[in-house]
Every structure is written in C-alpha cells, then in structure tokens.
Design a binder for this molecule. Structure first.
Ligand code: MG
Ligand code: MG
Length: 252
C-alpha cells in the first residue's frame, strides 16, 4: 500500500531523517585506512540510540548490524564485521533510524584514502544519478520518470544499474510500496502525489550489472568483482520541489 503522509507524519520523518544524516556525516569523517567496519557500526548504533532513535536495520530480517557497510565489489547489505579498510578502497554506508513511529534511510559511498580516478567517477556518477532522478520527483510525474532519469545518467557514463534491488516507499515501515527501480521507461508506474515519501537509491556497477549474493545470505556483490557504488536519500514528494528528508540541518 502506498501511504500519503500528513504534516505530522512528515515532521516525524524529518526527525528520523535528521538523525540518519547526522550519523552519516560523522561516519564519513571516520573513514580512513585501518578503521574496522565493526567500529563504524558500533559508533553508529550508539549515536542513533543517544539521539533517541532505534537503528532501523538492526535485526531487520535478522540483519546483525546497525549499518550496512559494503566495500569495493560489494553492492549493498555488507555485514559490518572485523574487516579493516585499506587505502584505495571504496565503502558504501547505509543507515536507518526509527523514531516516533517513522523511519529515515540514507546511504553514501566514499573513498578510503586516495582512490583511482575510475572509482571516484563511479562515486560521482552514482550521486549525480540520484539528483537526476530527484529532478523528476514531483507530483503529477510518474515513478518511471525518476527511474528513467537515473538509468539514463548511469548508462551515459558507461556504467550499469543493478536491477534486482531497488528503492522503495518509506514511512511507518522501512520498506513500503511502491518499489522505486533505477531503470525503466519514463511515463509509466504510479503517478506521484504530494505527501508520498520515497527512498531513492541508485546502485551502480562499474562493470556488468549482474550480481550474486554471498553465502552469508546478505552481502550482494558484483559478479565480475568490479566496484559498485550506492547513494540514497529519503525524500518527500510535493507539488513543487521535492524535499530531502535525510538532511542534517532540520533542527540545527
Ligand atoms: Mg538504505
Ligand atoms: Mg533504502
């Protein structure tokens, strides 16, 4: 079911989004060679709880962490274990927070120390593709307009879009309808309405779009072991410009 949020729900989602954004900003500053994924996860859980929220991901479907930490060829759902980051790697961190009955969900990909130009371009295009999609996130447009704009940006750069995993509606549940694919024709899918809240999240591979799931049951990796990047915000559809809810300055 697609839910339309009222003013009160939107304010609560801003609060959840604010917490996620603050946590991600702090995590981004901690990324450097030598730090372990577990350390990042512990920090995130502590900070989310200190801000009065609960980590959305912890225990979700049995997921063991409060963040997803996906390194290099890992696309999404990386388990934050003992692995330590190394110079030249890229890492995507995805976090969610639940407070006052609502979720926020956001992710970014960042460099560990100095990275190759190729990897930096992958990160930049992934982020840019999110903003291309966001431009189309307006009441009256169709969901497919967002999907198509993301795909177009990614393909023009010579990268590929992951198809098995997609963005989603979000609100009282972490994952609500509609599914928000990062590919497909424009002008199709549900008509966007003011008050819809969506997690738009391009997952972009440097090489083939094919993916595999590792034996841990969670970690999604590229089939060709080439790097992958991920970028996500929770956004609100309005009759005018879309609003990014997972932003750090709502309550500053
Ligand atoms: Mg996420
Ligand atoms: Mg999401």
């Amino acid at each position: 079911m697609i839910t339309i949020k009222n003013e009160d729900s939107i304010n609560k989602m801003k609060k959840a989004g604010y917490i996620v954004a603050k946590v991600l900003v702090s995590l981004k500053e901690m990324i450097e060679p030598g730090i372990s994924l577990k350390e990042l996860d512990s920090f995130a859980e502590k900070m989310i709880r200190q801000m009065g929220a609960v980590p959305s991901f912890k225990g979700y479907g049995g997921f063991p962490g409060s963040i997803c930490a996906s390194v290099n060829e890992e696309v999404i759902h990386g388990i934050p274990g003992k692995r330590r980051l190394k110079e030249g790697e890229i890492i995507s961190i995805d976090a969610g927070a639940f407070i006052d009955g609502f979720h926020g969900d956001s992710a970014f990909t960042a460099a560990v120390g100095k990275i190759s130009e190729d990897k930096q371009r992958l990160i930049d295009i992934t982020e840019a593709s999110f903003y291309e999609g966001l431009k189309m996130a307006k009441a009256g447009n169709h969901l497919g307009d967002i999907s198509h704009s993301i795909e177009k940006k990614v393909l023009a750069a010579g990268f590929s879009v992951v198809k098995e995993f997609v963005g989603h509606g979000i609100g009282r549940e972490l994952h609500e309808d509609p599914a928000v694919p990062n590919y497909g024709p424009p002008g199709r899918g549900v008509k966007l309405q003011s008050g819809m809240t969506l997690a738009i999240e391009p997952m972009v591979n440097m090489g083939t779009e094919s993916i595999l799931i590792l034996d841990d049951g969670w970690t999604v990796v590229t089939k060709d072991k080439q790097p992958s990047a991920h970028y996500e915000h929770t956004i609100l559809i309005t009759d005018e410009e879309p609003v990014i809810l997972t932003k750090g300055d709502w309550f500053d």
